[in-house]
Design a binder for this molecule. Structure first.
Ligand code: ZN
Length: 224
């Protein structure tokens, strides 16, 4: 399940040159779907194929409804410092790995606030022991998927140092699906923005993600 971050009335981050995150995530998601489809072994499902608003929990619901084996959410960051650049791969944690990760999760989660009050956004039963057990297992699996991705991106900007990080992203909270969020680069950085606007770069980046997803599913997924 490929989740193109943001959409509709939620543009996400805005780049130096005015690029909207929601456009980059959709282009990247469609490229990733094309490449996964081309393996002949994976059926890609997209959270959206056009410019529409989806609540974070709706994205999870769609993926679960389709019984997806993995959930990959694609995003592009923005930071106060225009120098910040590069990719990061995030998995869910109650404790963010650093302040920047915590701030980023707050930004990404605020997408749901744009849509107005959400009834049932927080499930009070979510603290059940069984659910926690599932969530623990899916957090382990999510880490394996994150590692598989990091193995493939060592030569891309940020791939060598930003690494696997943790934060409380709402969109990663499916209790039964390995879930990762890939921040593909910073729209606040001119070089990253230029890369993310280039179809050649998106093609290259998604070749890596495709290899990583195939490797992960070969090791841990249902038999392909
Ligand atoms: Zn985002």
């Amino acid at each position: 399940f490929i989740d193109a971050g943001h959409g509709g009335k939620d543009p996400g981050a805005i780049g130096q040159a005015g690029t909207q995150e929601k456009q980059i995530t959709l282009a990247a998601a469609q490229e990733l779907a094309k490449q996964l489809q081309a393996t002949g072994r994976i059926k890609p499902i997209l959270s959206r194929t056009d410019d529409r608003f989806l609540r974070l929990r709706e994205r999870i619901r769609l993926a679960r409804q389709q019984q997806a084996d993995v959930f990959v959410s694609l995003h592009a960051d923005s930071a106060h410092s225009r120098k910040a650049r590069g990719m990061s791969v995030f998995t869910l944690s109650d404790t963010a790995s650093d302040k920047e990760a915590a701030a980023l999760a707050r930004n990404e989660n605020s997408a749901d606030l744009i849509g107005g009050p959400s009834l049932g956004a927080e499930d009070p039963d979510a603290a059940g022991e069984l659910l926690r057990m599932f969530q623990r297992e899916s957090m382990n699996q999510s880490s394996y998927l994150a590692s598989a991705i990091l193995d493939q991106i060592t030569d891309l900007p940020g791939g060598d140092r930003r690494g696997h990080r943790f934060a409380g992203f709402a969109v990663l909270k499916a209790p039964d699906m390995p879930s990762v969020l890939v921040e593909m680069g910073f729209l606040s950085n001119r070089k990253d923005e230029k890369n993310l606007l280039s179809s050649a770069y998106l093609n290259k980046l998604n070749r890596r993600l495709t290899t990583a997803i195939v490797n992960y599913l070969n090791a841990y997924g249902p038999r392909l």
